[in-house]
Design a protein around this ligand. Structure first.
Ligand code: ZN
Length: 73
């Protein structure tokens, strides 16, 4: 590893905190809701949902977002 000698004196600090933040924020679908007094509970969960990452709306849940391509939980 001759690279080590060339880069001696240069410290590279790995930013692990940003990586942890990405792991904690798992992509998921945010379902649309509609208030309906006649329905039990007063709220209807619609099949349409938004991507938590890019906000793209789909007609129903998919394994991954067709817009940004992230896998959903
Ligand atoms: Zn998306």
């Amino acid at each position: 590893m001759s690279e080590n000698r060339k880069n001696s004196g240069v410290r590279i600090d790995k930013n692990t905190s940003s990586l942890e933040a990405i792991k904690a924020r798992a992509p998921h679908w945010i379902h649309h809701t509609r208030n309906d007094e006649t329905y039990w509970g007063g709220v209807i969960y619609l099949p349409e949902c938004d991507c938590s990452e890019c906000g793209f709306t789909v007609t129903r849940e998919r394994k991954r977002c067709p817009h940004c391509g992230c896998l959903m939980w």
